[in-house]
Design a protein around this ligand. Structure first.
Ligand code: NAD
Length: 414
């Protein structure tokens, strides 16, 4: 995959819309998971206790679960299957990938590369399609474990249906990720990082920041800088040099995002930077939405709660860190929460109190590296074991415990 990295990245840019640099960065995360899964002899090793009672040995061994499948979303066509696939295979399972029907090409290409590896036939498989293909996977008696990444409503359906067929299942859902800006933050750094998080991949990252909560005096300076960052972002075709943000996935998504910006305005938010109606010269048919800022968004409003999944950042303001943490924890999702500060004390408190599975301190996209689980709480995750690292090893293996009796008098015979 590394040798063909540029070709894979171009496919991602062309079918998903993100920039070439973003697509290359996505694939680095896929390679990283392959490298970590190569540690399976260590990560997947069992336990052995000799003489747990006189003459009794106890052994825990991990064995494969069987046929496993992954149903993935459109926004990281190359990376997300790799949160699972390398671990599932290294643990001895066979594997089925069902890519999003919106982005089938990247995995087609990667599967041509996988073919060259020389797995026995049937070990690594791909099925294309939408709901019908997913339901086939959910119902098939030979499939023992399913991982899903996508929107919350579908995640709930997958979790409940797969469980009703007695399958092992984990389902990552949607998000509405808040960031708190404390007055002691390095404001220029914070703004740059928050803009990259909110508008990178056109806001179509599950870890994209979409609510910025300023505390006390940080309000005006942050608002001014983030509006500048939003309006100066270069939007266009992701293969063109200098382009910082591509289009959203399709026309339906663009319409939905524009309607939600309208809803925010109806609910009383300001729209100091408005990306509706974007047209890019030379790409007039493209589904572009320029970065958008909604200001004075009210807690409890629909726009403050709904996942937009586009380049739209809502600004909210509170007076204290207590109010800010309360606001963060009042959301239904728990994929990521971030804090910008130079205070170790505030950071440590936030790390402990914030109700989200991935926490960023002075980080805009708190994507865990491959040896850590890709977490998620509340409506952002259904299950217990996550993708990546030891969680993936647990998920793709079943434990067997062997108890053996070896009376002393037998051993003494040798
Ligand atoms: P989606 O839920 O529409 O689709 C995801 C997958 O489910 C696709 O493979 C699709 O074919 C299938 N699917 C769609 N509708 C279905 C149905 N009714 N029954 C059965 N299967 C169905 O999600 P999407 O639009 O591709 O991706 C965006 C969503 O994914 C966002 O909500 C985003 O937050 C979320 N996401 C979450 C994470 C995470 O780690 N939590 C990561 C990436 C994306």
């Amino acid at each position: 995959m590394r040798e063909n990295g540029d070709e894979i990245a171009k496919l991602i840019t062309d079918e998903c819309g993100k920039t070439f640099e973003e697509a290359k960065a996505e694939m680095v995360r896929a390679y990283e998971n392959v490298e970590v899964a190569c540690g399976m002899p260590h990560m997947g090793k069992g336990e052995f206790v000799e003489d747990i009672a006189p003459g009794i040995d106890e052994i825990m061994i991990r064995q494969p679960v069987g046929v496993c499948a992954t149903i993935s979303p459109f926004n990281f066509p190359g990376m997300i299957p790799f949160w699972y696939l390398p671990y599932a295979l290294a643990a001895g399972n066979t594997y089925i990938v069902k890519p999003s029907e919106k982005v089938p090409m990247t995995m087609q290409f990667i599967f041509k590369l996988i073919e060259q590896v020389g797995f026995p036939k049937g070990v690594v498989n791909m099925v294309n399609g939408a709901k019908e293909a997913v339901d086939g996977i959910l119902e098939h008696p030979a499939i023992r474990a399913i991982t899903f990444v996508g929107s919350t409503s579908v995640a709930k359906y997958i979790y409940a249906t797969a469980a009703s067929y007695g399958k092992r299942v984990q389902a990552q859902g949607g998000a509405k990720n808040p960031v708190i800006i404390l007055p002691d933050a390095d404001m220029e750094m914070a703004t740059k990082i928050v803009a990259d998080s909110a508008f990178g991949c056109a806001g179509q990252r599950c870890l994209a920041v979409s609510l910025a909560v300023t505390v006390g005096e940080s309000k005006n300076e942050f608002a001014e800088l983030i509006c500048d960052a939003a309006s100066s972002r270069v939007v266009g075709y992701g293969m063109d040099s200098g382009v910082q943000m591509g289009p959203v996935i399709n026309q339906a998504s663009r319409q939905r995002i524009e309607q939600l910006i309208g809803l925010g305005a109806q609910e009383g938010a300001g729209v100091p930077v408005d990306g509706r109606g974007t047209k890019i010269k030379g790409y007039e048919g493209g589904f572009f939405v320029r970065p958008t800022i909604l200001s004075e968004v009210q807690p409890g409003s629909e726009i403050a709660r709904t996942e937009i999944f586009g380049p739209v950042l809502s600004l909210m303001h509170v007076n204290t860190i207590d109010e800010a943490i309360q606001l963060v924890n009042s959301g239904q999702y728990g994929n990521q929460a971030s804090l910008f500060t130079t205070s170790g004390n505030a950071a440590r408190r936030f790390r402990y109190e914030a109700e989200a599975g991935n926490i960023g301190i002075n980080i805009g996209v708190a994507a865990p590296m491959a040896f850590f689980p890709f977490s998620g709480w509340k409506e952002s995750f259904f299950g217990d074991m996550h993708g990546q690292g030891m969680d993936a090893v647990e998920f793709f293996t079943q434990k067997k415990v062997v108890v053996e009796r070896w009376p002393k008098e037998w051993t003494r015979k040798f």
